[in-house]
Design a protein around this ligand. Structure first.
Ligand code: 5GW
Ligand code: MN
Length: 275
């Protein structure tokens, strides 16, 4: 057996595992999940110019994401014609396009993503999959993201904040927002670029966040990090059953220098913000 990591936190105070390289045996965990014939729904939004990220996202996912399991990608886009049609998908892997409206403001994407995922789970995904992951598209897989990431409610620790104390986490603090987290609460700061879990649990998460986003909007409040603030509020109140280390949501802009990061599995690409 691989030695357990001693240089990083590998279990939360509520006894949820934190997945780092060296804490699991890929062969053993794949074998344990293989016989269940699981389908993993994977939602990804590519609205407007963000369709340009789809090819690298999908090609790298085919190499590294839930390999050996059935994966059903749901690409939410306003431009179906811009979805690359010649990405070769492995056996048991499917891609569906969900047509969405063009959004006027970028904040609108953040506002609508939770709602659209909630609705898609209710409409069809609940019949089509066992687990769901919701991913940003401006990302690329570089290493294994597999069955070790499955759990009822799964979130990833933000790569810019894991070394800081709670007082430094950029939670929404204003009590006018439904995402408000008091100074004495909160365990980790999570990245919204990847979250997932069982359909029922992720449905409850998206429904609650959607409702809170709408309440805030109705009183003219926008949380400091939009849906990420609401996700964090939810995960303060509803503890995730499994946490993914920042290996699972790195940021290319951070470089690869942190010594506790043995490999980067999934990472944000550097965007040309001016575009
Ligand atoms: C465009 C301009 C500013 C902010 C967001 C967008 C945008 C986001 C867009 O035009 N189209 C789109 O599909 N998105 C979706 O929202 C993508 O799935 C994207 O990965 C996700 C989050 O937006 P990001 O990646 O720009 O936000 P950060 O915080 O990861 O940089
Ligand atoms: Mn992103």
């Amino acid at each position: 057996m691989e030695p357990v990591r001693t240089d990083v936190l590998t279990v939360t105070p509520w006894l949820a595992p934190i997945v780092w390289e060296g804490t699991f045996d890929p062969l053993v965990i794949d074998e344990a999940f293989r016989t269940h014939n699981l389908t993993i729904a994977t939602t990804v939004f590519a609205v407007g110019k963000y369709t340009r990220f789809l090819r690298d996202f999908l090609e790298s996912a085919e190499k590294h994401f839930m390999v050996g399991l059935d994966v059903h990608y749901y690409v939410f886009t306003d431009l179906p014609g811009d979805v690359p049609s010649n990405v070769t998908l492995g056996v048991g892997r499917l891609l569906s396009i969900v047509k969405v409206m063009k959004f006027d403001r970028w904040q609108e994407i953040s506002l609508r993503r939770m709602e659209l995922i909630q609705t898609a789970i209710e409409d069809h995904i609940h019949r089509e999959a066992h687990y769901i992951f919701c991913l940003d598209v401006d990302m690329r897989f570089h290493g294994r993201v597999g069955s070790e990431a499955l759990g009822r409610l799964v979130a990833a620790i933000h790569p810019w904040f894991y070394m800081y104390p709670r007082s430094q986490y950029p939670y929404e603090r204003r009590t006018v927002s439904t995402a408000s987290v008091p100074e004495d609460q909160g365990d980790f700061y999570y990245q919204a670029n990847i979250f997932g879990g069982a359909l029922e649990d992720v449905h409850r998460l998206t429904k609650t966040c959607r409702e809170h986003l709408e309440v805030d909007k109705s009183v003219g409040v926008e949380a400091v990090w939009q849906e990420e603030s609401h996700l964090n509020w939810y995960l303060v109140k509803n503890k995730p059953t499994k946490l993914l280390s920042p290996e699972y949501v790195w940021d290319d802009a951070r470089g690869g220098k942190a010594k506790e990061i043995k490999l980067v599995r999934f990472s944000s690409v550097i965007k040309n913000k001016a575009e």
